[in-house]
Write a protein that binds this ligand. Structure first.
Ligand SMILES: [Fe+2]
Ligand SMILES: [Fe+2]
Length: 273
């Protein structure tokens, strides 16, 4: 059985280039994913108009199963009353009713978690008791288990270590115990794919990190144009997985620019193929 996940991140509606938005819609139509995950920073400043723009975009995705989670930009920054008392009102106004915490497609389950904090803008924070509770609700039937939260567990450049999830060593241990296969994030606008064993020395059973770049915003980093990850998962026999990075080119077309392949061993988890 094949499942194709489009991992989009950090669109930052309010800073979106229209040509790129059209290019991304074209790419989704051509690639026809089984489900789409948007790993946070949906808006630039958490305004209702930016969330409405995001909703119009997701409506154009022709009813594909969707998981979206908030990022630090989806909480009001300057309106302190809103930030303290109803930080997710804008996000919920758009996505309420269409978002589920968990999705299962052909044996692949995705769990959405919220790593943002009204008290912390840059570095995220997962509440451990909530993390454990939500993980315990995952189905035992799932062949591949994916979790997504905005703040990344790993980054390619040392300068971004300050942006990684707070308390990530403990979180890594819990995700390993629950045999999570894939951990999706964003936030740093710098695409990265790695095994957990390449970043955490005590991990025995390797999971895969997919940190996607910004799919739509002009807030890009050097050497990282607008991009997304396409994750092709094969669940029959021994599990295999390929993550293909798509970058936008000068003609406003998303093109594959690199791929990383993995296979799964029941004891040691994932390894590079
Ligand atoms: Fe972002
Ligand atoms: Fe962010």
């Amino acid at each position: 059985m094949k499942v194709r996940v489009a991992h989009l991140s950090d669109p930052h509606f309010g800073t979106v280039k229209p040509e790129i938005k059209q290019a991304l819609l074209n790419a989704m139509k051509d690639l026809n994913p089984s489900l789409i995950v948007i790993s946070g920073d949906i808006s630039q400043r958490a305004t209702y108009s930016q969330f409405r723009e995001a909703r119009a975009f997701t409506k154009s995705l022709a009813g594909l199963p969707l998981i979206a989670i908030p990022g630090n930009h989806d909480i009001p920054l300057f309106n302190l009353i809103a930030r303290l008392f109803y930080p997710y009102a804008g996000f919920r106004s758009v996505f309420k009713g269409i978002l589920q915490r968990r999705l299962m497609v052909n044996g692949v389950q995705v769990l959405a978690l919220n790593s943002t904090s009204r008290f912390r803008h840059i570095q995220g924070d997962l509440v451990i008791s909530k993390l454990k509770k939500h993980l315990s609700e995952m189905s035992n039937e799932a062949l591949i288990r994916i979790v997504t939260f905005h703040h990344p567990m790993a980054c390619p450049k040392h300068v971004d270590v300050k942006n990684l999830l707070k308390g990530r060593e403990q979180v890594m241990k819990i995700l390993e115990e629950k045999k999570i296969d894939l951990i999706l994030g964003g936030h740093i606008h710098d695409p990265h794919v790695a095994l957990s064993t390449e970043h955490y020395k005590d991990v025995k059973r390797a999971a895969i990190f997919s940190v996607a770049g910004t799919c739509l915003s002009w807030r890009t980093r050097a050497d990282a144009p607008n991009s997304f990850h396409l994750i092709d998962i094969e669940t029959e026999n021994s599990s295999r997985l390929e993550i293909i990075r798509y970058d936008v080119d000068q003609n406003f077309r998303f093109q594959p620019v690199g791929s990383q392949k993995f296979t799964k061993d029941t004891e040691a988890g994932w390894q590079r193929a």
